[in-house]
Design a protein around this ligand. Structure first.
Ligand code: SAM
Length: 255
């Protein structure tokens, strides 16, 4: 049986004890115009922070969709203990990385500028904010699609080195890996044992430069290979997250 559609609400919305909620804005328009929802139908509200509410539509008005709460749930965080350091790519490719990383369930995404990153110098403050808002919307749509309850935390764009230092400040004992197409030929191509949490760094279209590799090496990142073929950055992101997820689940099974 299909589950009711999910609609996003702002974080504090579901923390009240009110009996009804007036849904407005973009999600209301989506429910009415695209999903053609009618009174009596069920909708699940989600805030991307693990809070969900089953609601029923009471009325569809011009000023909003009036919903009656039926059940509220607080779910446990089911995101993967993976922090993705994703080098900035061309906009549509970066969008894809955000979408796929959200579906696959990473905990956080750090969009980083590297030496060969596309557009890295073109970001004004407003441009960054617009990009950030777009990524949040992409992540929300991806989360609705895969019926997850937790959005990844998407950090502000920063240089690779700054992101590494910020992760250091969290004082977590991360397994640090970076996907490097030369790894198959220069190092042992076998992935190391992964003890979560894990940081996974992925390069831009032009790859990591020598100086990026030095930063990563200094920060104790180990190079890993995704095989002898050079994958597009967005393909590499999907492959790397999937392999890491598998290795984390295997390390848990062996505990
Ligand atoms: N510098 C390369 C070139 O132009 O030949 C291509 C870089 S690749 C398109 C983009 C990123 O995907 C790389 O920086 C790396 O992080 C990852 N990647 C792609 N293929 C890979 C592989 N076989 N093993 C490990 N990482 C890979």
């Amino acid at each position: 049986m299909p589950t009711p559609p999910r609609l996003f609400v702002e974080p504090d919305t579901l923390m009240t004890n009110q009996e009804a909620f007036l849904l407005q804005g973009r999600e209301m328009v989506h429910a009415v115009r695209v999903l053609r929802m009618r009174p009596g139908e069920e909708v699940i509200l989600t805030d991307g922070l693990g809070h969900l509410a089953r609601t029923r539509i009471i009325s569809v008005k011009k000023n909003g969709l009036l919903l009656q709460y039926m059940e509220r749930l607080s779910l446990a965080d089911d995101r993967l203990p993976i922090s993705l350091l994703a080098a900035l790519l061309k906009p549509e490719k970066m969008d894809m990385v955000i979408q796929k990383a959200t579906e696959l369930g990473v905990k956080e995404i750090w969009p980083v500028s590297t030496e060969y990153s596309t557009n890295k110098n073109h970001f004004t403050h407003t441009g960054q904010q617009a990009r950030q808002a777009r990524w949040l919307e992409i992540a929300r749509q991806a989360l609705k699609q895969c019926k997850g309850a937790f959005l990844p935390e998407i950090h502000a764009i920063m240089p690779l080195k700054t992101a590494c230092s910020a992760l250091d400040e969290k004082n977590c004992d991360y397994t640090r890996l970076f996907c490097w197409e030369a790894a198959a030929f220069t190092t042992n191509a076998t992935w190391p044992e992964i003890t979560p949490p894990c940081i996974l760094a992925l390069g831009p279209e032009g790859g990591f430069s020598d100086s990026d590799c030095r930063v990563l090496h200094d920060q104790k990142f180990l190079p890993v290979s995704l095989g002898p073929r050079i994958l597009r950055a967005e393909t590499a992101a999907i492959a790397a997250i999937s392999i890491t997820t598998h290795l984390i689940s295997r390390s848990k099974t062996n505990d």
